[in-house]
Design a protein around this ligand. Structure first.
Ligand SMILES: [Zn+2]
Length: 156
């Protein structure tokens, strides 16, 4: 109930719950949210959680997540649950799952890979292992670990 004090209900939007603690800001980055888009945003870190000990929560008013955003979130934080809120009520609870294929979201680390050289090519990785995460490029088999993914997605 303590959580209720800090996080008000939102009218319309998305609540991302059960985020591993400390990952909320990374997830915002994955969603392309920098803070100047005009979304009303609440980020709560280190909230008590029965399941996880401590967790983070994000509430974004006026935004429903796109499929590819959900895929990225699933890669780095598979415990997350996504609640879609309309008119102050949770109308949909989505448990996310790690995608089998990740297209167009990550860059192959191999500079001579066709996905980095053919402007028509869309990068594609298949998920080899979910935990710990291991994905490999569909063109050249180059591998990325969960850490690589986070590094790539956070670096600019
Ligand atoms: Zn490649």
């Amino acid at each position: 109930m303590e959580g209720e004090l800090i996080v008000r209900k939102i009218r319309e939007g998305t609540v991302i719950d059960h985020i591993p603690r400390g990952k909320a800001l990374l997830l915002l980055r994955l969603m392309g949210i920098k803070g100047d888009e005009g979304y009303r945003l609440a980020v709560v870190s280190n909230v008590e959680s029965k399941k996880m000990g401590k967790k983070d929560i994000i509430k974004v008013e006026g935004k429903e997540l796109k499929g590819e955003e959900v895929d990225l979130i699933a890669l780095v934080a598979p415990t997350v649950t996504i609640n879609i809120v309309r008119n102050f009520e949770v109308v949909e609870k989505r448990k996310i799952s790690v995608p089998k294929i990740v297209r167009g979201l990550l860059k192959c680390p191999n500079t001579s890979c066709v996905s980095n050289n053919d402007p028509e090519a869309v990068s594609e990785f298949s998920v080899r292992r979910e935990s710990p995460l291991l994905i490999s490029c569909s063109y050249c088999e180059s591998r990325l670990s969960g850490e690589d993914v986070v590094k790539q997605l956070s670096g600019d």
